[in-house]
Design a protein around this ligand. Structure first.
Ligand SMILES: [Zn+2]
Length: 287
């Protein structure tokens, strides 16, 4: 690509970002963690984090994507997990992981992307595995690497690597990991590969199918011990989740049906109340 063209792509992305800036949430204006005692507060999709830590932008076995979004904060247990997985990926699989969204400096809601990641206990790891350092521009505006042909509901076998299986299994085997979200087609692949090895399948229980996770997987940690204001999610259903539930995600062929007549306006859902301590963190910036 010609240099001017390349520059205009980067400029376009940056100006999009400044435009997106207009709709920032108040959490996106907090430039540093609070100096309170470290703790995750509330639920994954309605909470915040006090005393968060920052994942260093450089470390063994990982690189941080879109650092301009400042979503590289998390609970100490999340930072430790990312660093451990990255080391294992580098040493055992010969690849570097690309770390996507974690949390904001004090957690809370993002203006774009997802509603969770609010308590410092969620992290997105991209399925693009790196063998060398990416340039500043490649990190700032990364190209998604989908391992699923989404419309065909099929794995892209030219993109899927044995390291993907190993990496997701490594993450799911960590005791503090509560759930990992992947596209249902990826879960199918993991189930099939584990069947072929005949190994133990308990880890698959934590790997949950969810749309949108075809170019990254999302790791969610349990509430750390002693974080009494942190809300855990109910554990995943028993079993490896490779049977009927997984099959039910496969889209059914569409049957033409007459248009529905809408009679009542759908009710607007009231947003959940933010935990008191998160409101207190917010009020410190507001005044
Ligand atoms: Zn995520």
């Amino acid at each position: 690509m010609a240099r001017w063209k390349c520059a205009s792509v980067v400029w376009g992305a940056l100006s999009w970002f400044s435009f997106a800036h207009a709709a920032d949430t108040p959490w996106e204006h907090m430039s540093a963690p609070s100096d309170d005692k470290l703790q995750a507060i509330g639920g994954y999709a309605n909470g915040c984090i006090a005393g968060a830590q920052r994942l260093p932008l450089k470390g063994e076995g990982y690189q941080v994507l879109r650092p301009q979004h400042h979503r590289y904060y998390g609970h100490a247990s999340t930072i430790a997990l990312v660093e451990k997985l990255a080391k294992q990926a580098q040493q055992q699989l010969g690849v570097q992981i690309l770390v996507g969204d974690m949390s904001l400096a004090q957690g809370g809601r993002f203006s774009s992307g997802h509603s969770s990641h609010q308590t410092g206990l969620d992290v997105d790891i991209w399925l693009r595995l790196a063998s060398k350092p990416l340039s500043v521009n490649q990190l700032a505006v990364p190209t998604p690497y989908s391992v699923v042909n989404v419309p065909a509901y099929q794995l892209r076998s030219d993109k899927w690597q044995s390291q993907h299986f190993e990496l997701i299994k490594m993450a799911a085997s960590e005791p503090q990991v509560a759930r990992i979200f992947v596209h249902p087609v990826i879960k199918q692949q993991l189930c099939a590969e584990e069947s072929a090895t005949g190994g133990e399948r308990l880890w698959l229980r934590k790997v949950r199918p969810w749309w949108g996770h075809n170019y990254h997987f999302h790791v969610r940690l349990t509430c750390p011990k002693g974080d009494f204001l942190c809300h855990n999610q109910a554990p995943p259903p028993k079993g490896d989740g490779c049977g009927a539930e997984l099959a039910s995600w496969k889209p059914k062929p569409k049957i033409e049906s007459p248009p529905k007549v809408v009679t009542a306006k759908p009710k607007k859902r009231k947003p959940p109340t933010l935990p008191a301590m998160c409101r207190a963190l917010l009020s410190r910036v507001a005044h």
